[in-house]
Design a protein around this ligand. Structure first.
Ligand code: ZN
Length: 248
């Protein structure tokens, strides 16, 4: 079985469609680690697309805010404006869908999915210290997480050896294969489809090949200027429009 792992599409339809195009024929089942909406100009279309293809979806902090489960008071002003705009255009059906999304962690066959971490769905696991703590407490050998919008991840062996997952290639398509070893716990971030923050503007996702015990990381360019034009038309805040081109 091959699983498409999507995270943080953030209402960016062009990035999502391009990712699905590249992943076409390469996976059997799809899952999404949350933040379907918030920031981008196509929340309804992205919710509908993810809903149609994914066998498991958990909520992110932006889904909670846009669905009115939280009040977005912890967001910065630009994210809050995007939440307000998203709420104003979500259809009742899509709003209802977002409201009922489960919190992570969820188990999908023999791996786990979370938005932030197993313990706290809103936690950012960015540093080595945070990753080591999370990996030590991790029950399943393989967990996929999102929220930081940084493609890559961390691993910890039973003997205590910790390392990050190195990613470097600049070509579009398959960036790196990471073979999974026995006796090692993995915390893997597929990257953000719709708003990468790891310095690379291109849409990111991963595919987990269960039989080969391998995680494949992908990047792809997409029609960024179209996404940005739509954001201008929707009067979404300028900093949100410009950050997309820097991958910040
Ligand atoms: Zn996010």
């Amino acid at each position: 079985m091959r699983y498409l792992i999507l995270s943080d599409p953030h209402a960016n339809l062009e990035a999502l469609e391009k990712s699905l195009e590249l992943a076409q024929g390469k996976y059997d089942k799809a899952v999404c680690l949350g933040d379907l909406v918030g920031y981008g100009p196509d929340p309804n279309a992205v919710v509908e697309r993810v809903r149609k293809i994914a066998i498991a979806v958990i909520r992110g902090n932006h889904d909670k805010a846009c669905a009115g489960i939280t009040d977005a008071s912890e967001f910065n002003i630009f994210a809050r404006l995007a939440v307000a705009w998203t709420r104003s255009i979500l259809t009742l059906e899509n709003l209802t869908y977002l409201r009922q999304l489960p919190a992570g962690p969820a188990k999908v066959d023999d791996f786990g999915i979370v938005h932030g971490s197993e313990e706290d769905e809103d936690e950012y696991v960015l540093s080595a210290e945070e990753a080591v703590r999370v990996l030590r407490a991790q029950h399943m050998p393989l967990v996929f997480f999102g929220h930081t919008h940084h493609q890559g991840g961390f691993c910890l062996s039973d003997a205590g050896a910790f390392s990050g997952v190195p990613l470097s290639a600049m070509q579009d398509g398959l960036v790196t294969n990471v073979p999974l070893r026995d006796g090692v716990r993995y915390l893997i971030n597929p990257g953000s489809v719709g708003q990468p923050r790891d310095g690379d503007w291109r849409a990111a996702f991963a595919i987990f090949d269960e039989t080969a015990r391998m995680v494949e990381f992908y990047r792809t360019g997409y029609n960024l200027s179209l996404t940005q034009e739509k954001m201008v038309s929707a009067s979404l805040p300028d900093p949100l429009i410009h950050r997309l081109e820097f991958g910040r």
